[in-house]
Design a protein around this ligand. Structure first.
Ligand code: PXG
Ligand code: PLP
Length: 438
């Protein structure tokens, strides 16, 4: 419980307007099912699964009990040159639900680390095959790949890069983003047009030479930049072009993984299999920091060919942490037992109708959706970019619903256990907020 005298001065909060927050804090203290409680005991409906993490909802006993059991049995085990059974068990479980061929797993502690790991694995793979000139990466405008120097280099959100622009990885290009507000505003699900934007990859190959390009990394659906869906056929084209030129394709599924878009992974929803998938967040329902890279057998096998010894000079103190792994196995059990990935697909139609019913309210210029994720985009107010979005977020929170604002886009991504009435509640609160903020 926060006491009246609690100092807020010492904690430098991430991706937060610290001075603004500390002058008017929003504090969460408890969570159960679909609801948070703030420090005054007021319930807040979770329209964001935390930060896209808690797909099975909050306070799941199966997870807390697994964590408690494991921390008693063995709190920590070294991860270099030592193993423990749970990490192997979790890797096997992940291989069972991952797309075909992606049967190897490298553990990390966050999405950012998963991205850095995947980029390094790509370079290591090409070197192992004698193609050591393949070092360039291709990301995409508006992409979010976490905050490591690797991730911001391939990332395409200007605000996250500008301060560090002289220190980014060399040899990175960006594909154009796929948001087309002229042609595709208010699309339901995948937009119809724009697949040809993938063809820019051919131009980059012509410019640099395929023999110099290691990998292309994209979010199959951009989450952070405001729910930007791939046009029909776009991901297939990226797959065809990368395959043709021996370039690895990495899908960053930190947000789209574990049921968010109506299948275990977006890769399966859209029938396109990359060479690696980066994950984190809902991997263990957000309970303990953990991420993982799912890797095609061919990459692993090629990397095991050199002289006997360490095959990849990379890893984290907490890779495959036993307590995080216990939480992940318990989470996968819940996802499976309650068929939550299927539930996300089943509720998609209702959710789609609900979010698109907001069309026509003041200043809405686009609404986008897939699975249990929705994005509502507003024109910026005269006060500046982001003010309208933040005002709507604040109004919703004051009225008992948590949504997420990125600039003037509101994203909704509730736990997959949500019911129809709760979907209505989110949309109704949002509608009131939009009318009130104007
Ligand atoms: N890749 C993708 C696609 C992500 O969405 C990361 C990497 C980085 O993960 P970590 O665990 O290092 O934060 C992410 C994280 C938002 C929001 O509001 C999104 C993320 C994180 C925080 C807020 O959209 N995505
Ligand atoms: N910095 C120092 C001084 C370390 O000794 C280590 C790990 O041993 C690290 C950073 C990296 O920490 P981690 O493995 O948790 O990423």
């Amino acid at each position: 419980m926060q006491s009246e005298t609690q100092s807020l001065e010492h904690y430098w909060m991430p991706f937060t307007a610290n001075r603004q927050f500390k002058s008017k804090p929003r504090m969460l203290a408890e969570a159960q099912g679909m609801y948070y409680k703030d420090t005054n005991g007021r319930p807040v409906l979770d329209g964001t699964a935390g930060l896209w993490c808690c797909n099975a909802g909050h306070g799941r006993k199966e997870i807390s009990q697994a964590v408690s059991r494991q921390i008693h049995q063995m709190d920590y085990a070294p991860s270099f040159q030592m193993g423990h059974p749970l990490a192997f068990e979790l890797a096997e479980r992940l291989a069972q639900i991952s797309p075909e061929g992606l049967n190897k797993v490298f553990f990390t502690n966050s999405g950012s680390e998963s991205v850095d790991s995947a980029l390094k694995i790509a370079i290591n793979y090409h070197r192992a095959r004698g193609e050591s000139t393949r070092t360039r990466f291709i990301g995409r405008e508006l992409g979010y790949h976490g905050v490591g120097f690797g991730g911001i280099s391939v990332g395409g959100i200007g605000g996250n890069r500008k301060t560090f622009s002289q220190q980014l990885l060399p040899g990175v290009d960006h594909l154009p983003h796929t948001l087309d507000m002229q042609g595709n505003a208010f699309s339901r699900g995948m937009p119809k047009t724009g697949a040809e934007k993938a063809d820019v990859l051919e131009q980059l190959v012509a410019l640099h030479g395929a023999e110099n390009i290691a990998a292309v990394i994209v979010e199959p659906m951009s989450g952070s930049a405001g729910v930007i869906l791939p046009p029909e056929g776009y991901l297939q084209r990226l797959r065809e072009i990368t395959k043709k030129h021996g370039i690895l394709l990495i899908f960053d599924e930190v947000i789209t993984g574990f049921g968010r878009v109506g299948d275990a992974f977006a890769s399966q929803r859209w029938g396109v299999t990359p060479d690696m998938i980066t994950t984190a967040k809902a991997l263990n329902n957000g309970a303990i920091p953990m991420g993982a890279v799912l890797i095609d057998d061919a990459i692993y096998d090629a990397s095991m060919q050199g002289p006997d010894g360490i095959e990849l000079f990379h890893g984290y103190t907490y890779s495959g942490h036993p307590v995080a792994a216990a939480a992940a196995i318990a989470s996968l059990d819940i996802y499976q037992n309650e068929q939550l990935f299927e539930r996300s697909r089943e509720l998609e139609g209702y959710f789609e109708e609900a979010v698109h019913s907001l069309k026509g309210l003041p200043n809405i210029i686009d609404i986008r959706n897939i699975g249990l994720v929705g994005g509502i985009q507003f024109s910026p107010s005269e006060e500046g970019v982001g003010k309208r979005g933040f005002g709507i977020f604040e109004h919703c929170f004051a009225n008992g619903t948590l949504v997420r604002a990125t600039a003037d886009i509101i994203a909704i991504s509730p736990p997959l256990i949500i019911d129809k009435q709760q979907i209505d509640q989110i949309v109704n609160t949002l509608g009131d907020a939009i009318r009130a903020v104007g």
